[in-house]
Design a binder for this molecule. Structure first.
Ligand SMILES: [Zn+2]
Length: 388
């Protein structure tokens, strides 16, 4: 038996996907059940649950856990958890499923799972927004998504029948059991996970490589579930990661796999949730930079790092690695951060996101100290395609 890097959250990796005859039986049963059509966000939560990325969750949260998460950042059994995982229903759906003990969850006309309903309850959206997003402002994309969701929540254990039929990034869609096996195969005992929803420029490459200096392996784990419309599309980002890996990363010490989660933009609370999920994928360490999972100016720059102090190290188990923003400094003649470079911004290659987008749109590559030229080229072409 191979040595595991770290135990999953709660001790056991959850697998909700039925196989063979059992799956067929459940599919036949589903034909006679009330149907609930689920959207992209809930589908991605379901997929994450089914493959164990949200261990120890085995279904959509009941009111007791939901409340406990909002009020204490722990499940009712005492395990840390910061983001509710719920299945929302609008009033009509809630009425339609009535007292059904099970419902079939459908996506694009296919039954993906059966939910054995233990309760249906009404959620307090204002309270949930304030707790999870620390704001009730509907301009916040997470708050907006919450308000667009139904008023009611159906809870209960899930029996997975089939996963979403992905056509993209197939070779990169490793479930937690598979990343764990890949780490073991490579002999990695310690692995750092890096979450991203952006192309990787030199600054983030630097953080990843600083972390890689102290652990055995790096898992670049880009989120490919739903994001904001103005984020760079996942297909383009994947090309950037691939070319970066081909040219600048050691093949035996770094790997790419995708994270099927949808973004919440919940800043600090999402940083904890991201760390817990990466622990389930087998990461022993997790990089938390400035403004992790943030959006706009809703969160303080270091809030996503400070929130880790609110947990005991042994209840999270995965070790967060906190980083400052980094840059190329011309006088240091190296990548550096305010922790390691004594110079001023005059000597540092610093470009705002807006400035970089402007340059790329104009077909201009940012300086090579900011972005690898191969990555810049892909982004320039993608921008040109979009304009056409
Ligand atoms: Zn310097």
């Amino acid at each position: 038996m191979t040595e595991e890097t770290i135990a999953p959250h709660g001790g056991q990796l959850v697998d909700l996907l039925l196989k063979g005859a059992e799956a067929e039986r459940t599919l036949a049963e589903a034909e006679h059940l009330p149907k609930v059509n689920i959207g992209a966000r809930e589908l991605s939560d379901l997929e994450m649950m089914a493959v164990g990325a949200l261990s120890p969750l085995t279904g959509f949260m009941g009111e007791k856990d939901h409340r406990s998460v909002l009020e204490t950042m722990h499940l009712s059994n005492g395990l840390p958890w910061t983001i509710p995982v719920t299945l929302s229903l609008d009033q009509d759906e809630a009425k339609r499923i009535g007292g059904a003990s099970s419902v079939a969850l459908e996506s694009h006309g296919h039954v993906v799972a059966v939910l054995d309903v233990t309760e249906v309850y009404r959620r307090d959206k204002e309270e949930e927004a304030q707790s999870v997003f620390r704001t009730t402002d509907t301009a916040h994309p997470g708050v907006r998504a919450l308000h667009e969701a139904g008023e009611f929540v159906a809870a209960g254990p899930v029996r997975g029948v089939s996963l979403p039929r992905h056509t993209t990034f197939k070779e990169y869609r490793l479930a937690p059991a598979e990343t764990r096996a890949a780490f073991a195969e490579r002999g990695w005992r310690t692995v750092v996970g890096f979450q991203t929803r952006n192309p990787v420029h030199r600054a983030h490459e630097y953080l990843q490589k600083c972390a890689l200096e102290i652990v055995d392996g790096l898992l670049l784990h880009p989120l490919v579930g739903a994001t904001k419309e103005d984020d760079v599309p996942a297909e383009v980002r994947m090309q950037c990661y691939e070319i970066l890996f081909d040219n600048y990363y050691p093949a035996d010490r770094a790997m790419i796999s995708v994270f099927p989660a949808a973004m919440r933009y919940a800043g600090p609370k999402e940083a904890i949730w991201h760390a817990i999920a990466r622990k389930n994928y087998g990461c022993t360490h997790f990089i938390v930079g400035r403004d992790h999972a943030g959006v706009g100016t809703y969160y303080g720059t270091y809030d996503a790092q400070k929130i880790f102090d609110e947990f005991d190290a042994d209840e999270l188990d995965i070790t967060p690695l906190f980083f400052e923003h980094s840059f190329f400094c011309k006088r240091c003649d190296a990548m550096a951060s305010p922790k390691t470079c004594p110079h001023t911004d005059d000597d540092r290659v610093i470009l705002s996101g807006t400035k970089v987008r402007e340059m790329l749109r104009a077909g201009k590559k940012p300086p090579k100290e900011f972005s690898r030229p191969e990555v810049a080229q892909i982004l320039i072409e993608a921008m040109a395609d979009r304009t056409r």
